[in-house]
Write a protein that binds this ligand. Structure first.
Ligand SMILES: Nc1ncnc2c1ncn2[C@@H]1O[C@H](COP(=O)(O)OP(=O)(O)OP(=O)(O)O)[C@@H](O)[C@H]1O
Length: 502
């Protein structure tokens, strides 16, 4: 983040000397306000992080003057240069809320030392403010679930680009984890000590977005009573994440292109460019090539941002990741919502694995959170899942299903899709997926046959009931048996039709 230092010192020579000494700090932007009668109003609206001002600048009584500065939204640090050494005056200013009071006649090197310390602590404060107050999850690349081959290949690509400082374009369907990935890349990049600032470019009207990105000066437009710093300035030394870049208005695309070429921003209403050191990660779920064809996206900007592009595979194409993601979210929400939910039944996992997840990981997270809130015991069951999931949506990509790693226990069940969806799985794997093979040890073939038949019947009946949405008559027709026969089987196997009703 760029730090703003506001100087209003009644000794012009001293002000110039201090500015000259601190000018080498690349994250410091120095603004001079002079010592005129009108300087105070501009100071208050300057959006500064640090004020270095003469005591003569503060309106009387000093207590109210300092309280105005202390109540500014930036929560600035105030250093007062005092014309005399009187410790009583210094104590009064400190009691009134100044962070530091220095005698203006002090040795110059001592004054610079104090300033450097204040600037450093402000840097730390800004970082703490960004990361700790909101207590957000800090994603790590190592936490990305990659049971599926698609995700393993994808994460290899990610690891190759994480340490480079190049602009990145992350593509993928909505909710697939583009911002999550951008945060993880930032956290493992050499910029991880700097801020990560995310801006959703589709969420704001054009003028607000421009101000959000580049900032504005005081009086830049009606209502701009105070200066405002833009996200590029806040992201100085770190990463800016431009979400939904495909929705950015054309005229801002031109401004953005300039930033990417020159690394300079010009706040609205200002003519003074400011240099920023920022890595840009952009994301979209739109087809940018198509947007270019339609004249809605600049080709030159596309080339600039897509030096490296990463496409996160949709959840529907990496269903092997679903059981592990479910477990991760259960333990995440267990802590967050304080519910003693320990796991999820296998039939619920199976149904979730077969669902198409158009809202991707976000939708999966929401379904788990909801299920945990509804769950009466400590295991999530089919009853806790929304109808849309139970009826399976369009059951897209069923041939991607695998439940490896779901930790099945004997006696649990899930509906099996008969036929082709297991074609490419070896026989041995099929057995392991469907049954707890280790429990067959020491049993005779007739005993195992009886157990297996019972299990297969259960799976099959659940499958037809699921398809028939709990209507026993329809399920019996699909199963090719009499409804009475199906009822008695269901009773014997402990299957309740209510679980499958819409
Ligand atoms: N691999 C993952 N592990 C854990 N949580 C994840 C993962 N991927 C995504 N999430 C979570 O899913 C939710 C949606 O992710 P995110 O906002 O990054 O998606 P997105 O692709 O940027 O969505 P949109 O296109 O709608 O902006 C977030 O709460 C995020 O923390």
């Amino acid at each position: 983040m760029l730090l703003r230092l506001a100087l209003a010192i009644d000794d012009k020579k001293l002000e110039t000397k201090i500015a000259g000494k601190l000018d080498f700090l690349s994250d410091l932007q120095i603004k001079h306000f002079g010592a005129s009668n009108t300087a105070w109003q501009s100071l208050v609206r300057s959006c500064a992080d640090i004020f270095l001002i003469s005591d003569t600048m503060i309106p009387q009584p000093v207590e109210s003057g300092l309280s105005i500065l202390n109540n500014l939204p930036e929560n600035p640090m105030t250093i007062i240069l005092h014309g005399n050494e009187s410790s009583a005056d210094h104590a009064r200013l400190l009691a009134a809320g100044a962070d530091s009071v220095i005698y203006s006649g002090v040795v110059f090197s001592r004054l610079v030392e104090v300033m450097e310390t204040v600037i450093d602590s402000r840097r730390q404060y800004n970082l703490m403010d960004r990361y700790d107050r909101k207590g957000r999850l800090k994603p790590k690349l190592s936490d990305f679930i990659s049971e599926s081959q698609q995700m393993q290949i994808f994460m290899e690509e990610v690891h190759q680009v994480v340490t480079s400082d190049t602009t990145l374009l992350i593509l993928g369907e909505t909710g697939v984890g583009k911002e999550h990935l951008a945060k993880a890349i930032h956290a493992e990049s050499p910029r991880s000590n700097g801020p990560f600032i995310a801006v959703n470019t589709a969420a704001l009207p054009e003028q607000l977005l421009e101000s959000e990105l580049f900032g504005h000066g005081q009086g830049a437009f009606t209502g701009a009573i105070r200066a405002r710093r833009g996200s590029f300035e806040l992201a100085h030394g770190g990463t800016i994440f431009l979400d939904e870049i495909g929705d950015m208005p054309l005229h801002l695309q031109t401004k953005l292109l300039r930033v990417l070429q020159e690394y300079e921003i010009v706040p609205i209403g200002s003519e003074e460019p400011t240099w920023v050191d920022v890595r840009v990660i952009a994301a979209t779920n739109k087809d940018l090539e198509q947007e270019i064809e339609q004249g809605r996206f600049r080709r030159d900007l596309f080339y600039r941002i897509s030096v490296i592009s990463l496409t996160i595979p949709p959840l529907s194409s990496r269903k092997e990741d679903i059981p592990a993601l479910i477990r991760t979210f259960i333990s995440h929400y267990r802590k967050r919502i304080g519910r003693d939910v320990l796991g999820i039944s296998d039939d619920a996992v199976m149904v979730m694995t077969r669902y198409a997840w158009p809202g991707n990981v976000r939708e999966l997270m929401n379904v788990i959170e909801r299920a945990m809130l509804l769950c009466r015991g400590n295991i999530i069951t089919l009853k806790n899942l929304p109808e849309g999931i139970l009826t399976g949506g369009d059951h897209e990509n069923e041939n991607n299903i695998s439940t490896s790693g779901s930790g099945r226990a004997s006696g649990d069940s899930y509906p099996l899709d008969t036929g082709q969806n297991l074609q490419d799985v070896s026989l041995c794997n099929q057995a392991n997926i469907m049954f707890n093979v280790s429990e067959w040890e020491g049993k005779t073939l007739p005993q195992v046959r009886q157990e297996v038949v019972k299990e297969v019947e259960k799976i099959f009946i659940e499958q037809v009931l699921l398809k028939a949405k709990g209507r026993v008559g329809k399920a019996a027709t699909m199963a090719g048996i009499h409804p009475r026969g199906l009822y008695s089987k269901m009773k014997q196997l402990g299957i309740e039709k209510e679980r499958f009703k819409k």
